[in-house]
Design a binder for this molecule. Structure first.
Ligand code: SF4
Length: 323
């Protein structure tokens, strides 16, 4: 609404208004003219709405991803040790040796597979969730250390091949040094490894149903290598996870499995010994394999000139490995 002084002057010409002003001198008259209302279209405009949302996501994601990529580049530029080739324990559960070779040799991922804002947010979610779960465990009576006395995380770094060239690295979320003697009917043992994950419902439910070893072998292998190389193999490791969708929590005690640890360690040695990723066997017979669908080096892998035959055990008619 606006006060339109021109209309007020017009109003004073009106005999009725003039009579009122004569009768009540000192009165004020103002004419308020509503502004013209823009024509409204009440049809939902989802295209325009999603365009803004997409543009916003794009803007935030790019800024965050660029910042993190720069941070990472600076870290590698300033840290000679970080530049030395290594493979992480968390990756050695991947059964495709060639994929591990690409990571070990730091082969750039295929175009379009670079970490985007969403992936960075998923990583951040994992880090944030770790602190929250640590808070819950401490409140529940566990003595949990997430850092060593020097402020660094619990890490290992082993030379897996000559001249210190090939290395397998690992980092644990924490070590539980004390806590309740029993949880339910299970007698607890300390110190033990602590690993935590925050997952979407689908992955959460799979692990809850099948257990860590079957539900997500990468996590199982990571626990095994951490237990082995951090000297925490005498007590079962405590694996905790929370569903990002429902906030449900799940916990499992993972006993040390020397055979699995040895197998993963051997895989790591084979990976670091290979002069190039293409020396290592692919997991699949063709690029339609399910592991390949989510592989960051799929294009490079399947356009590689020479391709060693997949190192697979011969199978019988049931599709099972011959013993
Ligand atoms: S594309 Fe498939 S076979 Fe090649 S590295 Fe990736 S997962 Fe392995």
């Amino acid at each position: 609404m606006t006060i339109d002084w021109f209309d007020m002057m017009q109003a004073k010409q009106d005999p009725v208004v003039a009579a009122v002003l004569d009768a009540f001198p000192g009165s004020y008259i103002c004419a308020i003219t509503p502004k013209e209302t823009p024509a409204m279209d009440f049809t939902p405009n989802s295209v325009a709405a999603s365009s803004f949302a997409e543009a916003f996501d794009d803007h935030v994601s790019h800024v965050v991803a660029d910042g993190k990529n720069e941070e990472r580049a600076r870290y590698f530029a300033d840290n000679e040790d970080a530049r030395r080739p290594s493979i992480g324990a968390g990756r050695l559960g991947n059964e495709c040796k060639r994929a591990l070779g690409y990571e070990y040799h730091r082969v750039p991922v295929d175009e379009g597979r670079e970490p985007n804002g969403k992936l960075h947010r998923i990583f951040d979610r994992g880090h944030d969730a770790e602190e929250r779960m640590a808070e819950y465990l401490r409140a529940a009576g566990f003595t949990l250390l997430t850092h060593r006395a020097d402020g660094k995380q619990f890490r290992f770094d082993v030379v897996a091949y000559e001249d210190g060239k090939g290395r397998i690295k690992g980092m644990a979320d924490g070590v539980v040094t004390a806590g309740p003697e029993y949880i339910g009917r299970t007698k607890m043992a300390y110190p033990c490894l602590w690993e935590n994950k925050e997952l979407g419902n689908k992955s959460f439910n799979k692990i809850k149903k099948d257990g860590v070893q079957k539900g997500k072998s990468e996590y199982y292998v990571q626990c095994q290598l951490n237990m082995l190389y951090l000297g925490l193999h005498e007590s079962p490791g405590l694996f905790t996870m929370k569903s990002a969708d429902t906030q449900e929590i799940y916990a499992e005690l993972i006993a040390f499995d020397p055979a699995a640890a040895q197998e993963a360690s051997d895989r790591g040695v084979q990976v670091v010994k290979a002069a190039s990723p293409e020396e290592l066997p692919r997991i699949a017979r063709d690029s339609t394999g399910f592991q390949c669908k989510i592989c960051d080096h799929k294009k490079r892998c399947w356009s590689a000139a020479e391709a060693p035959a997949p190192a697979r055990a011969p199978t019988n008619w049931l599709g099972k490995a011959n013993s």
